[in-house]
Design a protein. Structure first.
Length: 88
């Protein structure tokens, strides 16, 4: 499973989201956390239809998006969403 943070350098909420994802990943063995900065990679952000930072996208092991949220999530929200990415 992959937890992706789409961020921007001027986004204070992105730092809080980065911390939340790091905390949540401790409970998700095998999960990876990646970050995409919209200023550094605007084409990727556009391809993902990013309108707001922070945005969190969770993908399963096949790369299929199973969850997306804008704003700062809580650790319990991330863990609840991550269950959707677990194999059946």
């Amino acid at each position: 499973m992959e937890l992706t943070l789409i961020s921007s350098s001027f986004c204070g909420a992105c730092a809080r989201t980065r911390s939340v994802l790091a905390d949540a990943a401790r409970f998700l063995p095998g999960a990876t956390v990646t970050e995409l900065d919209v200023a550094r990679d605007p084409d990727a952000a556009e391809a993902l239809h990013i309108r707001f930072t922070p945005t969190v996208v969770i993908r399963d092991d096949a790369g299929v998006e199973v969850f997306r949220a804008e704003g700062v999530p809580t650790v319990p929200q991330v863990l609840t969403a991550a269950v959707k990415a677990l194999p059946d």
